[in-house]
Design a protein around this ligand. Sequence first.
Ligand code: AMP
Length: 278
Amino acid sequence: MQVTGDLLELRKIRASMAGTFGLVPTMGALHEGHASLIRRAGAECDHVGVSVFVNPSQFGPGEDLGKYPRRIGPDLEMLERLGVAAVFTPAVQGMYPDGYQTWIAVEDITIPLEGKCRPGHFRGVATIVAKLFNAFRPDRAYFGQKDAQQAAVIRRMILDLNFPVEPVVCPTVREADGLAMSSRNAYLDPRERKAAAVLYRALAAARERYQKGEREGNTLRAVMRAVLDSEPLARPEYVSAAHPDTLREVRTIETGAGVLISLAVKIGETRLIDNMIL
Ligand code: AMP
C-alpha cells in the first residue's frame, strides 16, 4: 500500500498502475460502512485508491470541523488489511493553497434537505470530489447510500461536467439496532447512542406503511415525525418523502417512481442523517 499526501507523488503512483481503478473518497475515522465500499471497489476494479481528507469547505461555520474525529493510524491499518493500493492524505494547504478561488455549484438538487440546513455544504463536496477525480483519474467511484443527496449531487456533476467516471452507490451499513454507521456516532454518549436508533425506527415505520400501500407523502412524513416525537432526546431538522431524482417533496407517490424517505435529527449536539429508498 502506497501512502502519500503529495499530489505529484500520487499522480506517479497512479500512473504506475495498469487496469481499472476504483476510488473511495472518505473523511477518515473509518468504519464498516467505508469498508463495504472498499470491498465492493476491490471486487470490481484492479486497484483501489482511498482518500482520507477532512474537507473544511464542506463544513459550515459553527459545525464540527474542529472536533471531527481524526485517527489516521488505525485508518491506515484498516486500509492495509483491506488491500488498498493507494492512499491519499493531503493537507488542507495542499488542496486549498493561498489564493484558491474555484468552486463547483450543482444547482437545483442541492437546494432542499441537506442543502437547506447546511448552506455551502454541497459546493464543498462537489469541489473536493472533482479535485479527487482529477488527482486519481478513477474509472469508478464508490459512494454510500447513507448520504443519498450527496450521491445524487455527484451523479449530476459527473454527467454535467463529463467526468469519465462511473459512480457506484452502495447500501447503508447499519449497527445491530439499525443505526446507520457514521464517524459522527463517536460523539454520542451511551444515553444518546440508545436514543439514536429512533432514526431507523422512524424510517422503518414509514417503510412498513408504504409496503401496506400508503402512497401519500404527508402520511409517510407524519408517521416518521410521530416516531421521532416519542424520543425526548431527538430534535428533527427535517423529515422528508421526496422524489428520488429531483428530491422535491412528493404529494402522492406515482406508480413506478419510488420515494426517498430521509431525515436529519439532532441527538444532543450530534446531527445525524439517514434515509431509505422505497
Ligand atoms: P465520510 O467519511 O463520512 O465522508 O463517508 C465516506 C463515504 O462512505 C461516503 O460515500 C459515505 O456515504 C459512505 N458511508 C458513510 N457511512 C456509511 C454507511 N453506514 N454505509 C455505507 N456507506 C457509508
